[in-house]
Design a protein around this ligand. Structure first.
Ligand SMILES: Cc1cc2nc3c(=O)[nH]c(=O)nc-3n(C[C@H](O)[C@H](O)[C@H](O)COP(=O)(O)OP(=O)(O)OC[C@H]3O[C@@H](n4cnc5c(N)ncnc54)[C@H](O)[C@@H]3O)c2cc1C
Length: 400
């Protein structure tokens, strides 16, 4: 395991860092303040990021992307999320969905769907898994439970697929050009054996985004509720084999959990950098805050926790490409520990700002809200801990 970064990794890291510092961070606070989250999508920032190549990083080179590995993906994502975790999270969607479009499809599908996606710098993607009754299910298993997982149904009527159902929490369902919809194509078996993935352009009749959800934090990442009513798509919009959705999600979304950790790492760094700057400039008792020993210790612990979690995330990311069996528990650990660390570090940073910490005009309260929101993604901390206990063979698999 060698974490000496290559020239390419350093270049991409620096590109993302500069883009985050110069373009994302100065806008993040105002975008967050918008009372109507449906109006917060930064089209111009997204287009600019795309023109720098930051939208198509995971697509293999032979299909027009940069084909980066998992470690590079994590390095870039951390930098973007220091700028704003919402924007970084949104931009990481076309990495995964673009990879599926390029690698799990036929030549004919690539021509139909990947080509226009690559040509349009504004083309955003989304993935619809979560439903009202099933959130953590999808991150934690329930291998034999027929009532777990997606219930949105796709039925083939002899010429087209007809989708009916409802998805919730879906990032960018309001601004994406298409959604990869996880739908049940066999209800007689568990969701893992009976789901398929469909490409549904968001201008298809029967696709309706009914709301953009108003959240505590990560307000620039638009979470949406979407309804499918007799939403018809051609036969060719089925990706891969019928009922093979779970293996596509597992293969091409292999880094999903550790990416949640790295996004939080970005938020923790933003909180730490703001707190450090504040403590180097704010005076109490006739000296800078950082010259008070307990405050210096607090900042040093924050820096240490961030460094420790980065090592954990990088190891988990490296393992995905080189040691996939050990990567499974490692990335669950990386998600749980880093999200928890970031929420704690952000609240400590808030405290270092004193009364100013809770004022909306200062940067730190937004970062704390963002970091806390990350405790609720990809199954949440409790469900993931239950999943980890299974991965470590402490308890038997759910419903087995
Ligand atoms: C910012 C954000 C972005 C998102 N983006 C998307 C997206 O793009 N696409 C998408 O499909 N979904 C998305 N989601 C949805 C997300 O994956 C779910 O919200 C998450 O999986 C939790 O599901 P839930 O909200 O239904 O909570 P529930 O599953 O109802 O969980 C409630 C609580 O119970 C705990 N719990 C559940 N099961 C167990 C168990 N077996 N053992 C112990 N504890 C358990 C959970 O950890 C949680 O604390 C997003 C969510 C957020 C907040």
């Amino acid at each position: 395991m060698d974490f000496n970064l290559s020239a390419k990794q350093i270049n991409l890291q620096s590109l993302a860092r500069v883009f985050a510092r110069e373009n994302i961070r100065p806008r993040a606070k105002d975008l967050d303040k918008n009372p109507d989250p449906s109006q917060s999508w930064p089209y111009d920032l997204f287009e600019k990021a795309s023109k720098l190549g930051l939208r198509t990083l995971k697509i293999p080179k032979e299909f027009g992307g940069q084909g980066i590995d998992t470690l590079t993906e994590l390095i870039v994502l951390e930098e973007l999320c220091v700028g704003d975790i919402s924007f970084g999270s949104s931009l990481a969607h076309p990495w995964r969905e673009g990879l599926i479009l390029a690698s799990a499809t036929t030549n004919e599908q690539r021509e139909l769907f990947l080509k226009p996606f690559l040509e349009d710098h504004n083309a955003m993607t989304s993935i619809g898994i979560t439903e009202l009754h099933s959130g953590s299910d999808n991150a934690t298993g329930y291998d034999k439970e027929l009532k777990a997982g997606s219930m949105t149904e796709a039925i083939y009527d002899g010429s087209e697929w007809v989708l009916n159902g409802r998805k919730i929490f879906i990032t960018a369902g309001n601004v994406a050009q298409f959604m990869l919809v996880v739908a049940r194509t066999n209800k007689k078996v568990s969701w893992k054996e009976g789901i398929s993935i469909f490409i549904v352009p968001t201008n298809t009749k029967g696709y309706q985004c009914i709301r953009v959800m108003d959240k505590l934090g990560m307000r620039v990442n638009p979470n949406t509720e979407v309804v499918f009513t007799n939403c018809r798509v051609p036969k060719i919009n089925l990706i891969g084999e019928l009922n093979n959705g779970y293996s596509i999600l597992s293969k091409y979304g292999a880094s999903s959990k550790v990416k949640e950790g790295v996004k939080s790492l970005g938020a923790a760094r933003a909180a730490y950098e703001e707190a450090l700057n504040w403590c180097q400039n704010r005076h109490q008792g006739g000296k800078k805050l950082i010259e008070h020993q307990s405050i210096a210790h607090c900042l040093a612990r924050m820096a240490g926790k961030i460094e420790a979690c980065r090592s954990l995330c990088w190891r988990a990311g490296w393992s995905i490409d080189h040691d996939p069996i050990n990567a499974i528990p490692l990335q669950t650990i990386a998600k749980i520990e880093t999200c928890e660390m970031a929420a704690k570090v952000a609240v400590e940073a808030l405290e270092l700002f004193g009364g100013y910490g809770v004022l909306k005009e200062y940067p730190i309260e937004k970062i704390a809200r963002d970091a806390i929101t990350m405790l609720h993604t990809t199954g949440g901390q409790l469900a993931l801990t239950s999943s980890l206990a299974e991965q470590l063979n402490f308890i038997t698999k759910k419903n087995e």
